[in-house]
Design a protein around this ligand. Structure first.
Ligand code: DAR
Length: 364
């Protein structure tokens, strides 16, 4: 049997995997009309959706301008995922004025002061290829540049810390035992070469070269280098004060951006990310909360996922993407939308959503 053409394969995926947004929005006529070099670029961008039919998004950008170049196809996928109506322009508002709304989880219930909260943003430096198209030299050059920026950041009293590299031969290299310990502590990212999506997209290539993590002394501010995006900048804390958490991230992001070349951003797409799911604010604001009744002690996420979806929230296991809930019903809750909503709106949605889920849990 001849190998089915790309178009035939995607048509077959569309029939068997209706939630594969790449297959759902792939237009054979649009693809066929592209010049050969652009067909090659687009084939690489949609490789994950083509090779892994149960993908949801099914695409990763390889260069910041991919979103503009292939907007006729990628915008349809982006609108679908981020629930942006056809008659609404794709546009990213900016509003870190997270002081204007008080979002203290302790005001919902004092017990919620115990939940661990984390907010992260994805950022990519415009002058480098996106991670899926970087070669080993790019990855090491980027990490070297980032490590120099971290040396300056480490001088700041609020963000002092150190850079830990897993690049063989790096002056900042840590041993396997410390790497394993940092992963177990949910600080360092896992071996990306085990993620089939990132592997197909080329994002995990050259592992572990060019990868590492900046960690503050208080271990409440982290910067991943060389994961799915060039940088994943995150703040974490307990206590329920979402305003303080967001303000700390914004402060760290602002200081770091002043130490690096320009990030890839656009008025339309906001912060440019490898995955279209992370465009816009590029922000994932999440918290780990125990919902034993709504999750049947972590055995069944159907009900909590449905309730969360109606609140604009996504549910994951506490071990990260594609993980199960904890036995005590510990789940990771985060707002789904990231494009077309501001940082302040994301914070508010998280607060309002958790309040509603907590009320449902308490009423059972
Ligand atoms: N599994 C890939 C990516 C989904 C979004 N998560 C990211 N970007 N980490 C998919 O296309 O389904």
């Amino acid at each position: 049997m001849p190998t089915p053409s790309l178009i035939d394969r995607i048509a077959a995926i569309k029939a068997t995997n209706p939630d594969n947004l790449m297959a759902r929005h792939f237009d054979p006529d649009y693809f066929a009309a592209l010049p050969a070099d652009r067909q090659t670029r687009l084939t690489r961008i949609i490789a994950s959706g083509t090779e892994i039919p149960d993908s949801n998004m099914g695409a990763y950008a390889m260069a910041p301008d991919d979103y503009d170049t292939f907007a006729p196809m990628l915008d349809a996928m982006i609108r679908d995922f981020h629930a942006i109506p056809a008659d609404t322009p794709i546009s990213q508002p900016k509003d870190w004025d997270t002081g204007s709304q008080i979002c203290d989880l302790g005001a919902i219930d004092p017990r919620l002061r115990e939940v661990s909260m984390r907010v992260r943003v994805a950022r990519n430096v415009a002058s480098f290829p996106l991670p899926g198209a970087m070669d080993k030299a790019d990855r090491i050059a980027f990490e070297t540049m980032a490590a120099t920026a971290f040396e300056a950041l480490a001088e700041h009293p609020d963000f002092g810390g150190k850079y830990l590299s897993i690049t063989p031969g790096s002056p900042h290299q840590i041993d396997d035992a410390e790497y394993t310990r940092r992963v177990a502590a949910h600080q360092m990212f896992k071996d990306m070469s085990n993620d089939r999506y990132l592997q197909v997209a080329g994002i995990s290539n050259d592992w572990p070269h060019g990868r590492g993590m900046y960690i503050s002394q208080a271990e409440d501010f982290l910067v991943w280098v060389g994961e799915e995006d060039h940088l994943r900048i995150m703040a974490m804390q307990t206590g329920g004060d979402l305003n303080a958490l967001f303000a700390r991230l914004h402060d760290g992001l602002t200081r770091l951006s002043a130490l690096l070349p320009a990030f890839a951003v656009s008025d339309k797409y906001g912060a440019i990310a490898s995955c279209p799911t992370n465009l816009g604010a590029g922000m994932r604001a999440s918290l780990h909360i125990k919902l034993p009744k709504l999750t049947q002690a972590g055995q069944d996420l159907t009900r909590v996922t449905s309730a969360a979806k109606s609140l604009g929230l996504a549910v994951r296991g506490a071990g990260g993407e594609h993980s199960d809930a904890g036995q005590d019903g510990l789940v990771d809750i985060s707002p789904s939308a990231r494009l077309g909503v501001s940082e302040m709106q994301i914070m508010q949605r998280l607060y309002d959503g958790v309040a509603a889920l907590w009320a449902m849990e308490s009423a059972l």
